[in-house]
Design a protein around this ligand. Structure first.
Ligand SMILES: NC(=O)c1ccc[n+]([C@@H]2O[C@H](COP(=O)([O-])OP(=O)(O)OC[C@H]3O[C@@H](n4cnc5c(N)ncnc54)[C@H](O)[C@@H]3O)[C@@H](O)[C@H]2O)c1
Length: 328
């Protein structure tokens, strides 16, 4: 259940647990947004740097912490933070006592439109991101956009990068972007769109794969350039269209970048001095969407109409090496 909520209503919802058992994983950076009693609650597992702590070591610490605090199979874990926090708390909830319920309260733009919705939860392993995970949906998701007042610029950029993806998946979202609709409206449309796709195809056997648009190159950019997820997705979109000669989508990409008040150069590979094409190709080879010697790409016929194409890895690598932006 996806609920858009004002902060005072959220406070009321949380205050129900004031005198009871409130189990939570919370990003410390959003502490000031929350009722004061939460700061003193004994059952909160705080995260300082969620992406660095979304790993096996902190997973072990968290499950032991909750067991020591007397968590039971009827308890609920509240996850309050960006998608790194909701991924982590969701994975703890999926596995602790063979699975307990959880509630997501996303606090970044990316988490509100994408990361907290859909039940994919995970921790990172030294070998790669999100390699240990599960499908475990939160019972409720509360979207409160007032959290975004403290979001740093880099995280806005990341969230908007993911909004761009939705601008290709849905005609409605595309139009909202072109008419420069308020961000609240765009957030509502993106969240609802993802929720509906996931309800129809929870285990990614069909249309859910289209949500991976921009992610094949995007993940490789994210790891190689150490940039935020959504910024990498926006680059992934640009370069997959360029590589496949899809000029129509490239034009739409530029229009949407402008209307979201993004700077096109932010997504230009030439701006990154440390780019290492050899490493980039290795990341691509290790991609989860690789099928034997082919790579599975999500492409766009037109806005709202995507398709999957399997391209031989060798051919795809050659295309990358031919692109001037990828030359050292
Ligand atoms: N499960 C999914 O479907 C899914 C989808 C996309 C991405 N992801 C995962 O999401 C993660 C990236 O998500 P993210 O961008 O939300 O990152 P994040 O959770 O790491 O948050 C980004 C930064 O913003 C801070 N922050 C969070 N809320 C804030 C607020 N309101 N004010 C100020 N600072 C705040 C965090 O402390 C962090 O420093 C990655 O781990 C990625 O793998 C998961």
């Amino acid at each position: 259940m996806l609920t858009y909520i004002k902060k005072h209503e959220l406070y009321k919802e949380l205050d129900n647990f004031k005198d009871g058992q409130f189990f939570a994983v919370i990003d410390q950076k959003v502490k000031n947004h929350l009722p004061q009693w939460i700061s003193f609650s004994a059952h909160v597992f705080w995260l300082k740097n969620p992406e660095e702590e979304k790993n096996l070591e902190y997973y072990a610490r968290a499950v032991q912490f909750f067991v020591d605090q007397g968590i039971s199979r009827t308890s609920t874990i509240y996850a309050i933070g960006g998608s790194a926090t909701t991924d982590f708390a969701g994975f703890v909830s999926a596995t602790l006592l063979r699975g307990i319920s959880w509630v997501a309260i996303p606090t970044t733009l990316l988490a509100m439109i994408d990361g907290s919705i859909g039940g994919k939860v995970a921790v990172n392993l030294p070998q790669g991101k999100n390699l240990l995970g599960a499908f475990h949906s939160p019972n409720k998701i509360f979207i409160c956009t007032e959290f975004l007042t403290t979001l740093p610029q880099t995280e806005w950029l990341s969230g908007k990068g993911e909004v761009l993806k939705y601008g290709f998946l849905s005609k409605q979202i595309h139009e909202l972007i072109l008419e420069k609709a308020p961000m609240e409206e765009i957030i509502l449309a993106c969240g609802t769109f993802k929720k509906e796709v996931v309800e129809r195809d929870f285990y990614e056997k069909g249309e859910r794969i289209f949500l991976n648009l921009g992610h094949t190159l995007g993940h490789a950019f994210e790891l190689n350039l150490k940039i935020p997820h959504g910024q990498a997705v926006a680059m992934g979109l640009k370069y997959i269209f360029k590589m496949m000669g899809d000029n129509k989508s490239l034009t739409l990409w530029s229009e949407m970048v402008k209307n979201l008040d993004l700077v096109p150069e932010t997504f230009d590979l030439k701006e990154f001095k440390d780019f290492d094409v050899e490493k980039f190709l290795i990341y691509l080879e290790n991609d989860k969407k690789k099928v034997q010697a082919s790579i599975r790409l999500v492409l766009v016929h037109e806005v709202g109409d995507c398709y999957v194409k399997e391209v031989p890895l060798k051919e795809f690598k050659e295309k990358i090496l031919e692109d001037a932006d990828f030359q050292d």
